[in-house]
Design a protein around this ligand. Structure first.
Ligand code: 8YV
Length: 330
């Protein structure tokens, strides 16, 4: 592609911040999605058939069927996001298509949201807000709206990558002790800095925590990692938050347990079949529900766009893009 005189045809599937789109228009023959509707399968197939680069987001399912329609020019999928579970990486590799993502720039925003959910659930923030707005608030009382103190409690982080570590730093500020389960133990210096305890057994960690946070990617290995069986290991007084991917938790089993008060509460920013949410969750007071907005800051979105641009530009200039996704890293 580097030998070409004309600019590469880059299809962007969703509306991105204006300044990102402007830069893309300058650098590439960028086809933007002005009305910001998620592309359906037919639209994705039409796009991959003729573009040089596809810039999808989490709402685009780039599966083997879509990739089978890829034209000879499609050599790069530069995803706008960190998670790549919406892309069939094996099918992409088989067709010689490089995949990149945008790691690192949404770490702090997502960790902020995970901490916000921990606080919101433990201190019943949205429940209280709903009460005030509904006019049902009758005034203060000594046993009214009692939440649980976070200081001195154990936080168990499932997936100690960048976001997990950033959450750990925040939670330490709230006096929580840090525990984690990760396939690999993190660097001893990080473990020491966070005074974090590694649990080789997820089952054992689940049974001992007061708060749990899901911060691992969704891969075939983590699908329903928190299965019905594992959810039952969690203590009934504990809270669970998820800012990673809904598919990591068996959502129906979680909803049943929350309804039965077998778990004290949950804070969910992501859902197994989003934007659909298990109807049972909608009826519960002990759940805080957010519409996948963990990384949604203007600064973060611009930084993600800049990363996409660097990846595309580097690639079309004939070099290795910095954020190549390698399946074995997941
Ligand atoms: C992004 C996310 O907003 O980056 C991710 O993996 O889940 C989100 O926070 C989304 O992916 C944008 O495509």
């Amino acid at each position: 592609m580097s030998a070409r005189a004309k600019k590469p045809l880059v299809v962007v599937t969703r509306k991105l911040p204006d300044m990102v789109e402007t830069r893309m228009m300058e650098l590439f023959d960028a086809r933007l999605n002005i009305d910001d509707q998620p592309m359906d399968e037919a639209a994705l197939i039409a796009a991959v058939a003729h573009c040089d680069v596809l810039v999808p987001t989490v709402t685009d399912r780039i599966d083997a069927g879509v990739l089978a329609a890829a034209g000879p020019d499609l050599k790069l999928i530069a995803s706008f996001g960190t998670g790549v579970d919406h892309i069939d990486l094996q099918a992409a590799r088989a067709r010689g298509i490089t995949v990149t993502n945008t790691p690192g720039v949404l770490t702090e925003d997502t960790a902020d949201m995970a901490m916000a959910l921990v606080l919101a659930v433990a201190r019943r923030l949205t429940e209280g807000e709903r009460m005030v707005r509904s006019g049902k608030w009758q005034g203060w009382g000594p046993t009214f709206m009692l939440g649980r103190r976070l200081g001195g409690r154990r936080l168990g982080i499932i997936g100690m990558g960048r976001i997990g570590q950033a959450l750990a730093r925040r939670a330490r500020g709230f006096g929580m002790s840090i525990h984690y389960h990760n396939r690999r133990r993190v660097h001893p210096e990080v473990e020491a800095e966070l005074e974090a305890t590694w649990w080789e057994s997820l089952d054992q960690m689940l049974a001992r925590m007061d708060v749990l946070s899901v911060n691992c990617p969704h891969t075939p290995a983590t699908y329903h990692l928190l299965s019905a069986r594992r959810l039952k290991l969690i203590q009934p007084h504990a809270f669970l938050v998820n800012t990673a991917r809904g598919e990591v938790i068996d959502e129906a089993a979680l909803a049943r347990m929350l309804a039965a008060r077998e778990l004290a509460g949950a804070g969910l920013d992501v859902f197994e079949h989003e934007p659909a949410v298990n109807p049972r969750l909608l009826r519960l007071d002990n759940v805080v529900l957010l519409p996948h907005m963990g990384s949604a800051t203007l600064e973060g979105r611009i930084a993600m766009g800049e990363k996409v641009i660097v990846n595309v530009k580097t690639f079309v200039d004939g070099h290795r893009p910095p954020d190549r996704v390698i399946e074995t890293m997941l």
